[in-house]
Design a protein around this ligand. Structure first.
Ligand code: ADP
Ligand code: MG
Length: 688
């Protein structure tokens, strides 16, 4: 089958629907999917039958409501289509009710106190804006998956999709208002777009199995980066090794079947690190597609004798993995509104949207930081790595210049050449090239979209995008309110816009930063500017308890105060659980693998001393001394780690792990590689 024929073959999308549904139902469902309008209940039964027939044709025996509980992964519970018939056989059936609503036992999913256990019932409800698909494993076992939101008995959101959809509604409302304000054509439902670039590592499955830390926690808790490593030097965009390329090709084929527009694949900067980027899509769909992409990466890796690591920081000393969250909006005129326009009028709209984004990001930087907070991502954010935990915006030279002109009013001259007057002057054509890149910025304008780079490679995009939509909707609302307040008093529109944008830039320009985000100077400068630097999850999630954030989410109908508090509780518990798991794993490995090895090697060295020449004797006994000093220190640190675990303090546990690691890593540098109980970084980095 050609790629074109195969593309989307596992999706109940427009093409397939046409074959399995009557014309009338098809039209109605298509409108629901496209415009996000409510589903006409009278067609649910027919849609269900069509979907079932399609799924059966593909060999599916079961269906499942597919959802994203707050655990961070996706969940599914399979039900077969088959019921005993009165004649003694079975009949396949699937009703509209089964399609649109499910009732999984919610009591084992995290609810952060939202749902007392006596209200264990949870509901899943069909999200028709993300099409149903068939998941097929390598043995051909096929399941019909129906994307759903997951909520509690009283409608409380227990997942990541419900708030995302609600935040989209808030944004859509403001985008229509912008269209009206600027007299822009309003013929389609506007929507946010998302293109998540996914980074990941690959390790050989055999090597992986010998590392209890990787198996249990997804990251190495010990290990020394080789001083020089060929793969450290020229991995980025390097030639893709055969086995990896075959893996990538199969990943692409699997994704295409699911209608996921995988586009780019390449080696990333760290050894054994890679990236996959899709073509951007409507945000909710793209977010679901990213969850599936992570699953497919893991499944296909297994078939190639490898393990795909989506953890944010599997290896110390080399770059971790993120998800570059490319975000934009397509207006009701069907155009990308973050593309600087050709006419002064379009530019005015572009600048208003841009300044609103700046206002939103500056005002709610802690919320954005919270939306990407996790134990794994803490090792990237705030740890001298891209991107920093300080949320700032990179605009690039040209746009910075334009913003500066706007702030000042009428400038004498400018890089762009000319005077910038809103609604009158044209913007220069902004080059969308490599000079506009700054890899250290957490939030960068890249020509026609913003790239939020702080999202962790293992996270769902939904939470970060919920925050993004929310803050932009809020800022647009505020800015338009201010403009309307002026125009209602008789100020002409362009002057009102100009003065409001000037004021907003003055207030929020502190968040703009084009320099090196890794540097210590920036940390100091950011502090002077009053920008928050929230280096760990526990600090970051405090944003969920900030009255300003509570009001933001409540007013926009995204999350009630109770729902938001439940996020706080869940993220905190999850963080503590991850750190505790790591601490216990580190303790066991140190006690049962590294300490015994350190002891026996020290003894071996000491024993061998007697039979040596004087010169060798001196060298070996100094090595023996070094080894036994490390062993002694390790014993002490193991005791302290054990104590920290007893106290259950994540901060102490992290510190304890760090200290234990120092001595284990020091021993790894002394003990012969062939004797070291686990594969080294060098062995893990080799993937060919
Ligand atoms: P780079 O960031 O390396 O320049 P691209 O600009 O081609 O690469 O795109 C990177 C990612 O951004 C891709 O996933 C792409 O689909 C996505 N992207 C491009 N335009 C948009 C948009 N308007 N909205 C959201 N994502 C977009
Ligand atoms: Mg990019």
């Amino acid at each position: 089958m050609s790629i074109q024929e195969d593309y989307g073959s596992l999706v109940f999308g427009a093409k397939t629907m046409g074959k399995y549904l009557s014309h009338k139902t098809y039209q109605s469902l298509l409108a629901t999917m496209k415009n996000g309008t409510a589903l006409d209940p009278s067609i649910a039964d027919e849609v269900a039958v069509g979907m079932k027939n399609w799924a059966l044709d593909y060999g599916a025996t079961h269906f499942t409501h597919w959802f994203q509980p707050l655990t961070g992964t996706t969940a599914e519970k399979h039900d077969s289509f088959f019921n005993p018939s009165s004649e003694g056989g079975v009949v396949a059936s699937f009703s509209g009710k089964e399609l649109t609503q499910g009732e999984p036992d919610a009591s084992s999913f995290p609810s952060g106190g939202l749902r007392a256990t006596f209200e264990a019932r949870g509901y899943t409800a069909w999200d028709p804006t993300s099409p149903a698909f068939i998941k097929k494993n390598s043995d051909g076992v096929s399941v019909l998956c129906i994307p759903t939101v997951f909520c509690g008995y009283h409608g409380e959101a227990l997942d990541r999709k419900a708030p995302l959809l609600r935040s989209q509604a808030a944004l859509v409302k403001q985008l229509h208002r912008v269209a009206k304000l600027f007299g822009v054509e309003d013929t389609e439902r506007p929507y946010a777009t998302l293109g998540p670039e996914q980074e990941y590592f690959l390790v050989d499955a055999e090597v992986y199995r010998k590392r209890p830390d990787l198996v249990q926690t997804g990251r190495t808790l010990f290990g020394v980066r080789p001083a020089r490593h060929q793969q450290l030097e020229d991995h980025y965009f390097g030639k893709i090794k055969n086995r990896v390329l075959s893996f990538m090709a199969e990943v692409d084929r699997e994704l295409w079947k699911l209608g996921i527009p995988a586009k780019t694949r390449h080696n990333e900067v760290s050894p054994a690190q890679f990236e996959l980027a899709p073509v951007f899509e409507e945000q909710n769909l793209s977010s679901d597609h990213n969850m599936l992409t992570m699953e497919i990466l893991q499944n296909v890796a297994e078939r190639y004798g490898m393990v795909c690591l989506t953890h944010e920081k599997p290896f110390d000393g080399v770059n971790g993995s993120g998800k570059h969250n490319n975000w934009s909006v397509t207006g009701p005129d069907g155009k990308n509104w973050l593309t600087p326009g050709k006419t002064p009028h379009e530019n005015a709209k572009f600048l208003m949207v841009l300044v609103s984004i700046i206002k939103g990001v500056d005002t709610f930087a802690p919320l954005l930081r919270a939306s990407v907070a996790s134990a794994g991502n803490d090792h990237r954010l705030g740890a001298n790595e891209a991107p920093p935990a300080i949320i700032s915006i990179f605009l690039g030279d040209q746009l910075t210049d334009i913003i500066q002109q706007l702030e000042k009013g009428r400038p004498e001259s400018s890089k762009a050449g000319g005077v910038l007057e809103i609604g009158v002057s044209s913007l220069p054509k902004l080059p969308k090239d490599a000079t506009d890149r700054n890899r250290t910025s957490p939030f960068a304008f890249t020509g026609n979209k913003f790239e939020f780079r702080a999202v962790g490679s293992d996270q769902s995009c939904a939470t970060a995008n919920t925050a993004l939509n929310a803050i932009v909707a809020w800022a647009l609302d505020e800015v338009m309110n201010e403009i309307e307040a002026l125009t209602s008093k008789g100020t002409d529109f362009n002057s009102a816009l100009q003065s409001v944008l000037q004021k907003e830039i003055k207030e929020h320009k502190r968040v703009l930063f084009d320099g090196n985000g890794y540097s210590d100077e920036w940390k100091a400068e950011a502090k002077r500017r009053g920008l928050p630097n929230l280096t760990n999850t526990l600090e970051a999630i405090e944003a969920y308890r900030d009255p300003k954030v509570i009001k933001l989410y409540k007013d926009a109908g995204i999350l009630s105060e109770i729902e938001l508090e439940s996020r706080y509780v869940i993220e905190k518990e999850k963080y503590e659980a991850v750190v505790a798991l790591e601490a216990n794993c580190a303790l066991t490995m140190a006690k049962t693998m590294f300490l015994p090895e350190g002891i026996s090697y020290s003894a071996e060295l000491a024993d061998s001393c007697s039979s040596l020449t004087d010169y060798a004797h001196a060298g070996v006994s100094s090595l023996a001394k070094k080894a036994s000093t490390e062993v002694e220190a390790l014993i002490k640190e193991i005791d302290k780690l054990e104590e920290a675990i007893g106290k259950g303090s994540p901060k102490d546990e992290l510190q304890g792990m760090h200290n234990v690691r120092l001595h284990v890593d020091a021993l790894e540098k002394i003990v012969p590689g062939s004797q070291w109980p686990v594969p080294s970084y060098g062995e893990m980095f080799f993937i060919g």
